[in-house]
Structures are given as structure tokens and as C-alpha cells.
Ligand binder design. Structure first.
Ligand SMILES: [Zn+2]
Length: 142
């Protein structure tokens, strides 16, 4: 028995898996509805899916009040929508413009293990709406 080949392959899959776990992929942005929304959040949380409820108006007015200078903001929760209506929501320590550049690079190159957004775009054949990326809030506590 000489399991060298096997063991190296195993560490490779482990690494991919580990990266994916760190990524905390797709969040859901759904319109708030009393009762239903809480239920969805309870179901989604154990799966590692962050759920954000928003009425579009509330979100917009909140954004215009805080007006974070997006290109310099750090430690923000950002939101990048897809044409399918899902949105990628994640926290970043990088300035948002740098973070978006990273995602775009990975997505263009098809480096789906490095970006949950890239993975989504390639798997589902969707277009990410990069231009609509925005900072949700710099002080959300989950
Ligand atoms: Zn999509």
C-alpha cells in the first residue's frame, strides 16, 4: 500500500473546502415581511447564510444619511447584487473598491474557489452587477 497520491489529493480538497467555509457565501436580501422573515432567518443562519431584510426605501434613506466615502471605507459590509436577484453580502477589511477589484479579477479569470461571487457567476451563468455594489452599513452588529 502506497497512499502518497491519495494523501496529496486529500489535502488539496481540504484546502478548497476550508476556503469555501471562510467565504460565508451568499447572503440573501429579501423584502421584510413580518413573521416570514424571522422564519427564513432561523433557517438560513445554521447554513451560514446571512439574511438581510430590507425595504428598499428604508435602505436607501439609511445610505444617504451615512454616505460613507465608499472608496476609502474599511471594515464595511458590502452588497453586490446579481441579475438573478440574489446578492452577495460580506464584510471586508479592505477598501471596497479594492475588494470589488479582487472579486472582478477572480470572476473574470474563473477562479471560483477564491471568490464566492465568481463561483456563483460561473456556476449559474449569471452576470454580477458590479456597478450596483454598495456599502450597506459600517456598524451592523449581527
Ligand atoms: Zn445570480
Amino acid at each position: 500500500m502506497a497512499p502518497q497520491g491519495n494523501s496529496s489529493r486529500k489535502s488539496w480538497t481540504d484546502m478548497i473546502k476550508h476556503q469555501k467555509e471562510q467565504e460565508t457565501l451568499v447572503g440573501l436580501t429579501i423584502p421584510y415581511e413580518q413573521g416570514t422573515s424571522e422564519k427564513i432567518r432561523r433557517i438560513a443562519r445554521p447554513l451560514g447564510v446571512r439574511t438581510v431584510f430590507s425595504s428598499r426605501n428604508a435602505l436607501r434613506s439609511n445610505l444617504s444619511k451615512t454616505k460613507p466615502p465608499q472608496n476609502q471605507t474599511k471594515n464595511v459590509i458590502y452588497h453586490i447584487p446579481c441579475t438573478c436577484g440574489k446578492a452577495y453580502i460580506k464584510e471586508t477589511k479592505m477598501p471596497l473598491n479594492v475588494q470589488i477589484k479582487e472579486h472582478r479579477k477572480h470572476t473574470t479569470k474563473g477562479e471560483t474557489t477564491k471568490s464566492g461571487l465568481g463561483e456563483h457567476a460561473w456556476k449559474e451563468h449569471h452576470n454580477i452587477l458590479w456597478e450596483d455594489a454598495k456599502v450597506l452599513n459600517t456598524e451592523i452588529h449581527w
